[in-house]
Structure formats: C-alpha cells, structure tokens
Design a protein around this ligand. Structure first.
Ligand code: FE2
Length: 427
C-alpha cells in the first residue's frame, strides 16, 4: 500500500504499430485483412480528398477484397458539430469493422470520435474531458483504426487524444483515453509533399513543441504515486519519451527550414515525417504543457486571421502556429525548473548558434530565430489579439488543467497572463 505523499516510481509507454516509408500506404488493405476487417470506412477532409490519395488508398483496400466507403467531409480544426456529422454518418451507414483516417490531426481525431461513438453508447459531450464535458470513459474496446497522416505534425496517429472545438462554449477541449490510440500508424512521406509551405511551417512548429514540451515536462518521478486504475496516458518526462524527443529535435534542426523552403525536397520531407513520428511517440506518453495549454484558447478565440496555405473561407489560427506563438515566453518561464533540459533542447535545435549570455534566453532565442525564418507571425498580436484579450485567454488556458499539470513549474493565473502579454509581440 502507498501513502498519499509517496512519489511515483513507475512510468508507462504505449504506441501504435507502425509502418513507415514511401509506399507504406499501398499495403493498408493487407493490414486490415489481418485485423479481420470486411467493411471499412475511410475518413478524410475535402482538401486531402482533392489530392487523390484517399481515393487511391480506398482502391488499394478494395483491391484486397474489402468493402470500402469514403467520408470526405471532415472539418479542418474539428468542432463538436463537425464531429457529430461524421459520427452520424458512421452510425447511419455502419456497422464498420475498421476505420482508416487519411489526413491531418483533424481527420484522425474525427475518426477516433466516429470509432468511439460507433463502438460505445452515448453522445460526444459525454466523453469530452471534464469540466467541459462528462469525462466518461469508453466501456467497450474500439474497432481497429489505421491512421495515415498527410500533415506532418499533429502526432495524432500515435496519441490517445481527440481534440475538438466546443462551439457553444468557445473552448477547445478533447477526449483522452487509452482506447482511442490508433491500432496502426502508416507514415508515407509521399503523402506530405502537397502540403503548402505555411502548413509545413505551422505543423513543423507543432512537432517541435511536442518534442520540446515533452522533454521539459515535469518528470514522472515528481508526481504523486498512482494506483493502477489511476494511471493516465501522459505520465511526465521519462527516459523512453526523452529519447524520442531528442531525436525529433535533431531532425527538425535542419529539416524544418529545408521543407518550408522547398516542399519537393524529399530528404527533408522524409526527415520531417520521421521527426513527427518520433515526437508523437514521445509526447504521446510524456505529455505537453504550457504552450499547448495556451494554444487552445488562442485557436478558440480567434477573430479575424487568415493564414497563408489554409482554406481562406474561415478565420483560424492553425494549431501548430497557436502552440508556437507563446512557446518562447513559456520556456523562458519554465527554464528555472529544469535549466539543463532547456539548454539541451536549444543546442539540439541550433548546434552552431552564438549563445546570448543569459542561458534562460537560449531556447526562446532559438525558437524566435526559427519562427522568423519559416514565416510564423510575430506573436499573438500578429494573429489579431491585443493585450486587452489576455484575461480571457488566461481563463481559457486555466481550463486545460490536464496539460498545466504536466508543466515543470506551476503557473499561476498571473504567470500565465505575463506569458501571454510577453507573446503579443515577440521580436
Ligand atoms: Fe500539438
């Protein structure tokens, strides 16, 4: 038996099966047969559908004798309303033996929700994390889900979470449970070539923050000891997740600027796909913290911002961009909790930089240099926020308690307000 204040001694690691490499997406039908599937629903969004890859993947699956249908109406940065559409389609046309998500985090997360709600009773909001939703855990196992990322970044192919905007509450939240993790991730770098430079830059910063936040997360040994039934997918920084984060950062140091500068650079695209996979395998177990917590209200409270490379019909701050905009200030704040780890992240990203004297500035400076180079806006001000918006943003960040709990240094309301104020204009 353990007493209340005993420290944690156990970390956990979970990951999907993985197929990586050019050509891997041609074999999905074979993999699905192995799972005993007969009827398969492919889930994607209209822009990804227009690249022809989902149709090609569906044909490949049909070629193995399976029945396959394509749902191509996923909303980029999904909402409770858009996910409900996919759930209704899947419930109305089911039963399905397996799901294949082709796209960015939006498609993969929507497929997780469709899988959850066709395998289990209840409604979407029942399962959304408390206090936003009911925080219910799925009682039954889900069907096999094959995740095929076309946007390098989200790591959704590796994780147990599904992120959505709850429109009525103007808040981004999620569903988090071990059963949501895809069965198989198929990472085919050929699918990422059509990604515009703006999308590569934003999703690249998402990968980078996954790696940097999980590497600087509160170590698993600093949490209170959990009972087996209390274990969560994100257990804090641990040796296995560290290894993946470090390798991801090494790859990003050269591949991110190269892939933004030239989308046809296959060596850079393949390195980015690997970096995204590594980061996902790391943060999918360690967790992320303040920059991701801030990203939720930044994306949710956007007024009028239309970034290059994304559909222009609606206002949005893409997830990876939203994450990166407060990262320099957030890492300046968390530095004192783990100085060596912050300095190590900076060195992995910029091995040759002339360092400023103050070591707490190393990582913020490296991040800002990179963001400027790849065309990320100069702070949340450039994405349409003013200092007068900071209070409402802080309230949104405070709703992300699951993420804030992984921060290496406890952030008060005032600390978060300062991080957001310092992020209005970065350079
Ligand atoms: Fe992310």
């Amino acid at each position: 038996m353990t007493s209340a204040n005993e420290r944690e001694t156990v970390f956990t690691y979970g990951a999907p099966a993985l197929k990586y490499g050019p050509g891997s997406s041609d074999e999905i039908g074979y993999d699905l047969l192995g799972y005993g599937a007969r009827r398969v629903l492919v889930i994607t969004d209209p822009r990804v559908a227009a690249t022809g890859w989902p149709a090609r993947i569906a044909e490949g699956i049909a070629g193995y004798g399976l029945e396959v249908e394509v749902f191509d109406d996923v909303h980029v940065e999904p909402t409770d309303v858009s996910m409900q559409k996919a759930v209704d389609f899947a419930r109305g046309s089911g039963p399905w033996d397996a799901f294949v998500a082709v796209g960015g985090g939006s498609s993969i997360d929507t497929a997780k929700a469709a899988n959850l709600l066709t395998s289990n009773e209840g409604e979407l909001m029942d399962y959304v994390n408390a206090p936003v939703g009911g925080g219910r855990a799925p009682a039954l196992p889900l069907k096999p889900l094959v995740a095929v990322p076309t946007t390098t970044g989200t790591g959704s192919e590796s994780t147990t979470v599904c992120v959505l905007d709850v429109l009525s509450l103007r808040v981004k939240s999620g569903i988090s449970h071990l059963r949501l993790r895809p069965t198989l991730a198929v990472v085919d770098p050929r699918l990422t070539v059509s990604q515009p430079a703006g999308v590569t830059a934003a999703s690249g910063m998402d990968i980078l923050c996954h790696a940097a936040e999980s590497y600087t997360a509160k170590p698993y040994t600093e949490f209170d000891r959990k009972r087996p039934e209390e274990r969560v997918p994100y257990c804090g920084a641990n040796p296995l997740a560290d290894m993946f984060a470090e390798q991801s950062l090494r790859l990003l140091s050269w591949a991110l600027p190269a892939a933004v500068a030239n989308g046809e650079d296959m060596r850079a695209r393949e390195a980015m796909a690997l970096a995204a996979t590594f980061a996902g395998l790391g943060f999918g177990n360690a967790g992320v913290h303040i920059p991701h917590a801030n990203a939720y209200p930044i994306a949710g409270q956007v007024r009028d911002f239309h970034p290059a490379g994304y559909p222009d019909e609606e206002s949005m701050v893409p997830h990876g961009m939203a994450v990166s905009l407060t990262a320099p200030a957030a890492f300046r704040f968390t530095y004192e909790a783990a100085p060596k780890r912050h300095e190590h992240v900076a060195r992995l990203l910029a091995p040759d930089l002339e360092w400023p004297g103050d070591a707490a500035e190393h990582l913020p400076v490296v991040l800002m240099n990179l963001m400027r180079e790849i065309g990320i806006p100069n702070g949340i001000g450039a994405a349409g926020f003013r200092e007068s918006d900071v209070d409402e943003l802080v309230q949104g960040t405070l709703k992300q308690q699951r993420l804030l709990a992984t921060a290496p240094r406890e952030a008060s309301e005032e600390d978060l307000a300062k991080i957001l104020r310092d992020s209005v204009e970065l350079w």
